[in-house]
Design a protein around this ligand. Structure first.
Ligand code: SF4
Length: 490
């Protein structure tokens, strides 16, 4: 429905202003007697921030698996009557932002493959780093797979590999394939009878287990448990595999855990009402803001957030500095999610499509504006210009993460290295480029201490360039090119 004739998405109309894009959200439910498709729908609804290009749900009634997926937001893809065509006792769901493969219908998830013991449906959050080797394995097992089906994602290759194993069931096949996968993966998958979940040995992307009165739920974030009334049980451990059926939850460890959780989940990606490693994300972001105020103090009249992702850190900055907190920018929450191409006149409004300043709050004041990160720099440049036009006397930009200098290969699409403003410019040069009176970032040590997670249990590669999982040369080539000849537009 939301496809262009060439099969590509229409809704990159405001790409010029987009920040880091997450890879995906996954959700799984085993609850006989419940309307599992509706539970999956609401679970995905709570995970919409993790992927806005496509959405899909697979259900099983014990006899067969049905999949419904399309391009668009969860609320655009499914109607009440679509969900009514998906009966069953168990379901998995997925919302996607493409980090590998293009934004086409064929790459929407869940993927579906017949196996010799039934059908396999699979949904994936993360990014594999040995897709080339895995594709070769698939080609050996079944030469026509992949190209013939037109799929281009690591998820499709992984699904094919599990389905082609010579084992007695999906569980045994998955256990034999999981150790061959490298990179980041939080998976939910199913056959006709059983819900499965697995997490890579580093636990890069989150995955949690919840309990319903009548069953079990697996989801990318605990916020998706809350929306369906499931109680948080625990995180699925790095290197853990679980199977859920009428016998309850079975857990197996397929690899020794070597935790490298994504530090950026704490800064921006996860919802503020999500728990990671037992910690509320909102409270962590407030603590980062307090630390930022200590590390990059400034005399000012008002602290305002770039809504909404900058809000908790701005609250923390106000708390740490004693400067009053206020709302100076109002967000139009839905405009970035339209599929209607804006006219040229509207496009020229740029950031004003998304944010509007409150002149009466800003005029004549020294403003601290707090944002979560700077990727290409154009959003911040536009915000500074907008605040000046609204009469701000001084504008001090404070960022609740260190400079993003390196691309992510584990499921987040920042940009290539050449597009990251901090990969080629020092802080003072970035300040000049965005036109602020001052610019301050929180330090890496300050950020890590605020998460209360040990540094060696975190991935911080986009800030440091130290990649904890090997990146093959062919994968890094395109993303690593450093050719800054100008400061690129967002
Ligand atoms: S590189 Fe950055 S965004 Fe990617 S997993 Fe590591 S910390 Fe997260």
């Amino acid at each position: 429905m939301n496809r262009r004739p060439d099969g590509l998405l229409n809704h990159n109309i405001l790409d010029a202003d987009k920040g880091p894009q997450d890879a995906c959200g996954v959700f799984g439910v085993w609850a006989p007697g419940e309307e599992v498709a509706k539970l999956a729908f609401y679970g995905l609804y709570a995970l919409q921030h993790r992927g806005q290009e496509s959405a899909g749900i697979a259900t099983s009634d014990g006899q067969r698996i049905l999949v419904y997926k399309d391009m668009g937001l969860v609320s655009q893809v499914f109607t009440e009557s679509d969900l009514a065509t998906l009966p069953g006792d168990l379901a998995i769901g997925h919302c996607r932002y493409s980090t590998t493969g293009s934004s086409t219908w064929v790459n929407a998830q869940p993927t579906l493959r017949p196996t010799k013991y039934g059908t396999l449906a699979l949904a994936h959050n993360g990014n594999l780093t040995n897709t080339g080797e895995l594709a070769e394995l698939v080609q050996k097992l079944e030469p026509s797979v992949g190209r013939e089906r037109g799929a281009t994602t690591d998820t499709e290759i992984m699904t094919a590999l599990i389905s082609l194993q010579n084992e007695k069931n999906v569980e045994a096949s998955a256990i034999s394939v999981l150790p061959q996968l490298e990179g980041a993966f939080s998976l939910v998958f199913m056959d006709e009878h059983t819900l499965y979940a697995a997490r890579d040995r580093h636990g890069v992307r989150p995955l949690v287990l919840g309990k319903l009165e009548t069953g079990w739920v697996v989801a990318s974030e605990s916020a998706a448990l809350d929306i369906v009334g499931a109680a948080f049980v625990r995180e699925i451990e790095p290197g853990e595999f679980i199977a859920i059926d009428e016998n309850g939850v079975r857990s197996k460890r397929w690899a020794t855990a070597e935790p490298k959780g994504c530090l950026f989940e704490y800064v921006y990606l996860a919802r503020p009402d999500t728990l990671i490693a037992g910690q509320g994300i909102h409270a962590t972001r407030v603590a980062i803001g307090v630390r930022l105020a200590q590390e990059a103090p400034v005399e000012a009249d008002l602290v305002i957030p770039v809504p909404e992702s900058g809000t908790p850190a701005a609250i923390g900055f106000a708390k740490g500095s004693g400067i009053p907190f206020g709302i100076g920018l109002v967000k139009n929450s839905y405009v970035g999610r339209t599929f209607i191409q804006p006219s040229q006149t509207i496009r020229q409004l740029g950031i004003r499509l998304k944010l509007n300043p409150l002149r009466e709050i800003i005029e004549g004041k020294r403003i601290v504006v707090v944002d979560d990160s700077i990727v290409r720099g154009n959003t911040q440049r536009a915000i500074v210009r907008m605040l000046r036009e609204a009469g701000a006397r001084e504008i001090h930009v404070r960022i609740s993460s260190p400079p993003v200098k390196w691309p992510c290969f584990y499921g987040i699409d920042f940009a290539t290295r050449a597009e990251l403003i901090a990969s080629g410019l020092e802080v003072e040069e970035i300040r000049r480029s965005i036109g602020a009176d001052s610019l301050g970032y929180v330090s890496l040590a300050g950020l890590i201490e605020s998460t209360q997670i040990a540094e060696n249990s975190l991935c911080s590669a986009c800030f440091t360039g130290n990649y904890p999982i090997r990146i093959p040369a062919d994968m890094s080539e395109g993303k690593m090119r450093l050719e800054i000849t100008e400061v690129h537009g967002h």
